[in-house]
Write a protein that binds this ligand. Structure first.
Ligand code: 6PG
Length: 238
């Protein structure tokens, strides 16, 4: 596990963007699962502003680690956030964007998206393998859209599951643990004071960390990198 601590949210977004530029192959296709959330939004803004020409976007295939079950033009949509802050500013071929159809029946979409992953991604140890999965961390320790009260979804044998937000009841389609942990690399993007306790418990394996889905992100490749700002890392002993 590698922990990058930057002074601010913006600097964390810059550090991650530089990591991404260095990680994207100049020749082969890179398959990336994106996340929703405020820190990924900051990263998208940074990439669009300062790294637009640093990456051959035609070599990048975009997927999502989770999506809210809403139409693609809904303010809640992770796809819409990415389109507004990233795709609208770059020259990304439409064919490279594989959104989760939030407007579909959730159970049917979880199955459909699982088939997309199986068809489009390379296979590693019998499972679809992303080159990079980007994750956020919820205040409650959720990641992707696997919430603590539904931590059983993490161990599902399916590639995607339907989750339900504990407060709003909003349905979501999410990758499961076996897909996330089969990735070549996983990057957590976490900033802000609201996350410091959970970041500490998860990284230092303290307190109630076993109750948080984010604690189960342990890619078999061993490549797990945290991109934090000083606020989120405030309690971490580095
Ligand atoms: C989502 C995200 C979710 C998010 C965390 C952190 O769809 O909501 O996938 O897992 O990353 O809730 O969100 P913030 O970075 O906004 O705190």
């Amino acid at each position: 596990m590698e922990v990058n601590i930057s002074g601010s949210k913006r600097e964390a977004a810059r550090t991650f963007s530089e990591y991404l530029v260095n990680g994207i192959s100049k020749n082969d296709t890179t398959h990336i699962a994106l996340s929703g959330g405020s820190t990924p939004k900051e990263v998208f803004k940074e990439l669009a502003l300062y790294f637009k020409d640093a990456i051959d976007w035609s070599k990048v295939q975009f997927y999502w680690g989770d999506e809210r079950c809403v139409p693609p033009d809904d303010g809640e949509s992770n796809y819409k956030m990415t389109k507004d802050y990233l795709f609208a500013k770059l020259d990304v071929p439409e064919a490279n964007i594989h959104r989760i159809y939030g407007e579909n029946d959730p159970e049917e979409e979880a199955i459909r998206y699982g088939h997309i992953l199986k068809k489009r991604l390379p296979t590693h140890k019998g499972l679809p393998q992303f080159d990079l999965v980007i994750l956020g961390l919820g205040d409650d320790g959720h990641t992707a859209s696997i919430f603590p009260y539904q931590i059983n979804l993490w161990n599902s044998k399916k590639y995607c599951e339907v989750a339900v937000h504990p407060e709003t009841g909003q349905k979501r389609v999410t990758l499961t643990g076996q897909i996330i942990n089969n990735a070549r690399e996983v990057a957590f993007l976490v900033t802000g004071t609201g996350k410091e306790q959970k970041v500490f418990e998860i990284i230092e394996k303290q307190g109630n960390y076993k109750r948080y889905p984010a604690s189960f992100v342990l890619p078999k490749s061993g490549k797990l990198i945290w991109f934090l700002d000083a606020d989120a890392a405030n309690l971490v002993r580095t």
